[in-house]
Design a protein around this ligand. Structure first.
Ligand code: PAF
Length: 301
């Protein structure tokens, strides 16, 4: 553990400008517990590292809501299926700590797999029906893995608030539901999806894309935009407009292989039909080369 640094009197943690102190980096629950009494109201930003501008936006929102910000960095094996990218998932703790320092993060919690899962994990959190559809269908076990690690992080960090991106809309909804159904007593906050200037939603997995694949991948955000532009026409019009963009992308080089395009109720992630009016999420998942991407846009119908 590196030495904790006191915040200058009257200065909120993380607001000290360019000379902000580096975060304290800890890797065990014991080190976290020792720090906890000095941290006041805690906002937690759970991450798997490879921090990008979307994470930075989350951290900035976290700072506005708490005395101290803790960023957890842990590539969670439980949420990767066989053949997924667990081994090659980008890992660069020094770069992540530097990004946290630049954002005025107070504590980085970067446990090892042995610390998070010291023995066989016999008990896990069941995401229920919301975890079986869309991402849950294409990535069996994914949401149980996410909820199990998030529940564990919540118990270890004991934050007042936790922040997640709208980019992973189904993950956000399932976490909100766990917090509600299992009475965690934590406020879950979200921030809108952060996009690169070309429209691609920021994601650690974008680093896998070649220049050509990235060009093809832009069809995802274009499809969502086309769907959003058609929102006055209702569910069928929205899906038809978005599908037309994806159909072109499926024929492009390199092709976009669509896993799903769905218009869902943000509370349940059940698909909405014909006469539905109210809040909805238009969600898409697709593979470009070896990279799987997801994106979504919230709509009011
Ligand atoms: O969104 C992520 O980065 C991960 O799913 C999370 C929430 C940190 C759990 O491992």
């Amino acid at each position: 553990m590196t030495e904790p640094t006191a915040h200058p009197a009257g200065t909120a943690p993380g607001t000290a400008g360019p000379a902000a102190a580096p975060p304290v980096v800890v890797s065990t629950p014991e080190e976290l517990s020792a720090l906890r009494p000095s941290l006041g109201r805690i906002a937690l930003v759970p991450t798997m590292g490879a921090l990008h501008s979307g994470h930075r936006r989350l951290i900035a929102a976290a700072r506005a809501d708490a005395d101290s910000v803790i960023v957890s960095i842990f590539v969670n094996p439980l949420q990767f299926g066989p053949g997924e990218d667990y081994q090659r998932y980008p890992r660069d703790l020094d770069a992540d700590v530097a990004a946290c320092a630049a954002e005025g993060v107070d504590v980085v919690f970067a446990p090892t797999v042995e610390v998070m899962y010291p023995g066989e994990q016999l008990v896990s959190v069941d995401p229920g029906p919301m975890g079986q559809v869309l991402e849950g269908e294409f990535r069996p076990g994914f949401f149980a893995g996410v909820l199990t690690v998030v529940a564990k992080l919540f118990h270890l960090v004991r934050p007042d608030t936790a922040l997640f991106g709208q980019k992973d809309a189904q993950q956000l909804a399932v976490i909100r539901r766990m917090v509600r159904d299992l009475a965690f007593g934590i406020t879950v906050l979200s921030i809108p999806t952060v996009r690169d200037p070309d429209g691609l939603a920021t994601s650690s997995r974008n680093a896998y894309l070649s220049a050509e694949e990235r060009t093809s991948a832009l069809a995802l955000s274009r499809a969502l935009l086309a769907g959003a532009d058609a929102s006055v026409t209702g569910p069928i019009g929205i899906l038809t407009a978005a599908r037309a963009v994806l159909a072109e992308a499926e024929a492009a080089t390199p092709p976009v292989a669509v896993d799903y395009l769905a218009l869902v109720d943000p509370g349940t992630f059940g698909e909405v039909t014909g006469e539905y009016r109210g809040e909805a999420v238009l969600a898409v998942a697709a593979r470009v080369g070896a990279t799987r991407l997801i994106d979504n846009v919230p709509l009011t119908l």
